[in-house]
Design a protein around this ligand. Structure first.
Ligand code: 6GU
Length: 233
């Protein structure tokens, strides 16, 4: 899996992608990451990448040219036009099914905007997918790109130690995950449920399924209704 990121804040992407499970996935070669600073592609002698919006209004708009030149350089390296994801609150809201679909792509290029956005003309030229991570407004596309890369990466074979956990985690079967416990067996007067100490695998598995259903019904009634219509019909 190849991730390309076009951004004005490469260190934001690099620092997160060097850490924890994602860092190990990059280190181990399960994921290849290429971060490009859009500012390196401006022809302006002062390295300016933004300008005032035509028609007036607050803030600055990222210019088309540096974004396009950055895109072209990545395309010539790849020898093809990759899927280009533009992170914007105006996009389709990112979901687990989308993470699974993207994990089958060979390359994904993430375009991170800042300020009041990017000149519409370069978006029309290069963007294939407009994606949002939820209904709230962030200062830029870097955190959303990292959220997407994390969710996609964990679906890529080899990234998680245990192949099963990507499949059994919350959402993958439409239910939230059951509660987990580790030692000690008692903490502040609260004990680990007896069934988990029983060694009886079938009882444990039934208990976990039941807990997932209860938890989903209580915390995410919307997901629970959807799961019920898909599983109890
Ligand atoms: Cl993808 N970008 C920005 N700037 N804000 C967001 C978002 C994306 N998704 C939710 N809020």
């Amino acid at each position: 899996m190849n991730y390309y990121v076009m951004t004005l804040f490469p260190e934001m992407i690099e620092s997160c992608m060097n850490t924890s499970i994602l860092g190990r996935a990059v280190e181990a070669g399960h994921i290849k990451l290429e971060v490009r600073n859009i500012r390196d592609y401006t022809l302006d002698k002062h390295k300016k990448v933004d300008d005032y919006p035509y028609g007036g209004g607050a803030g600055m708009v990222m210019e088309a040219e540096p974004v396009y030149r950055c895109f072209e350089s990545i395309c010539s390296e790849l020898g093809e036009r990759p899927r280009v994801v533009y992170l914007t609150p105006q996009g389709q809201v990112f979901r687990q099914e989308m993470a699974r679909e993207y994990s089958a792509e060979k390359s994904i290029l993430f375009l991170c905007g800042h300020y009041e956005g990017i000149d519409e003309r370069v978006l029309e030229e290069i963007v294939t997918d407009y994606v949002s991570i939820g209904d709230y407004v962030l200062t830029g596309g870097e955190l959303p790109a990292l959220v997407m890369m994390d969710a996609i990466a964990r679906m890529v074979p080899g990234v998680l130690n245990n192949d099963v956990s990507a499949q059994t985690d919350s959402f993958s079967d439409g239910l939230l995950e059951y509660p987990q416990y580790t030692r000690p067996v008692e903490f502040m007067g609260r004990s680990v449920p007896d069934v988990l100490l029983s060694g009886h695998h079938e009882k444990i598995s039934n208990w976990r399924q039941e807990q997932s259903e209860i938890r989903t019904r209580e915390r995410r009634p919307d997901l629970y209704e959807k799961w019920k219509t898909e599983n109890l019909s």
